[in-house]
Design a protein around this ligand. Structure first.
Ligand SMILES: [Mn+2]
Length: 326
């Protein structure tokens, strides 16, 4: 950790423009970390830009960004085109919450900027960004917001409590309310954020959902099937859903008694079908996701599949699940 922070400090100082990018369809972890890092970089008197998402922010993140804006906490977002047309003198790209070139918000920006630092907590695979100045990847970290809380703590830097609230909300989401992927350090960092002003009432508000959404989710859940004993699989309709909604569905399925693993399948865009998988630890969902072209942890994994229908992906997944869990 210390090494990462020293390298970040040194490289932020050495460069003139710091560009922050997370994965496409960002969540509270990826974008929350970007917002905190933006404030850190600005505190070091450097120019900083966040690569803005091509698609609109999903609900909770949208609420968070609006709330920050209403409270006069501003950030500088730049579109892919604006970045590509900028004449930077010495730019540094910091990639957060992914290390896969195909998952970043803009692969053009990735190729455009030579000096890169990658900070991730997903298990690496063969296809990762490797031309970096430094790559930090610790699959034992609950979230990248946890890493950002560590960085703030290391710098002894105070930033707006509302940003800390967003960081803590990212931690709540990535750990399913501190149920998975947590270490004692996760709780220490949650305490650090709370001590410095993160507000759990606001977090509850950010994570609230419209009633129709929840009712719809329970419709999908009631149609879920037990592919093999104690493993639930659930297919959404063919409408486009956020990756967060697919993940929420997998998390919900895992709450049922005796269920060891869960899979949710939904459309992410016209050409991409997403799969989200969760496990209590006995079934390795990371291995199953790898077999259909994705990846992840033992208990938390995902895949994005191009140019296949939901039904095709469902059939393929069902076969793999039956193969792996005999
Ligand atoms: Mn994350």
């Amino acid at each position: 950790m210390r090494e990462l922070f020293e390298i970040l400090n040194e490289n932020i100082k050495k460069h003139d423009e710091i560009i922050i990018m997370t994965h496409a369809r960002p969540d509270l972890d990826g974008m929350g970390s970007a917002l905190a890092l933006f404030k850190i970089v600005v505190s070091m008197k450097k120019k900083c830009f966040i690569v803005s998402p091509k698609e609109k922010f999903y609900r909770s993140l949208d609420k968070a960004i609006k709330l920050l804006d209403e409270n006069n906490i501003k950030f500088e977002f730049r579109s892919e085109d604006e970045i590509l047309n900028s004449k930077f003198s010495k730019p540094l790209l910091i990639v957060l919450d992914t290390q896969k070139p195909e998952l970043v918000e803009s692969d053009k920006v990735l190729n455009y900027i030579c000096d890169k630092i990658v900070i991730d907590h997903h298990i690496g695979s063969l296809d990762t960004i490797d031309d970096t100045i430094y790559k930090y990847c610790d699959a034992n970290k609950s979230s990248i917001v946890e890493v950002m809380a560590e960085y703030l703590n290391y710098l002894k830097l105070n930033i707006e409590p509302l940003i800390l609230t967003v960081l803590l909300s990212g931690m709540v989401v990535d750990t399913s309310s501190f149920n998975i992927k947590t270490t004692s350090r996760t709780f220490e960092m949650a305490a650090y954020l709370a001590k410095n002003g993160a507000d759990f009432v606001i977090i509850q508000d950010l994570l609230k959902e419209p009633k129709e959404e929840m009712v719809k989710r329970y419709g999908f859940i009631s149609d879920s099937v037990e592919v093999v004993p104690d493993v639930l699989m659930c297919k959404m309709d063919d409408k486009i859903h956020g990756n967060v909604d697919i993940a929420l569905l997998a998390k919900e399925l895992l709450k049922f008694e005796d269920i060891k693993a869960s899979f949710a399948i939904g459309r992410l865009s016209h050409s991409i079908v997403g799969v989200s998988a969760r496990s209590m630890g006995e079934v390795n969902v990371g291995e199953i996701m790898e077999k259909i072209g994705g990846g992840g942890h033992l208990t938390d994994a995902a895949a994005q599949i191009k140019d296949k229908s939901i039904d095709e992906v469902t059939k393929e997944l069902e076969k793999v699940i039956k193969d792996v869990i005999k």
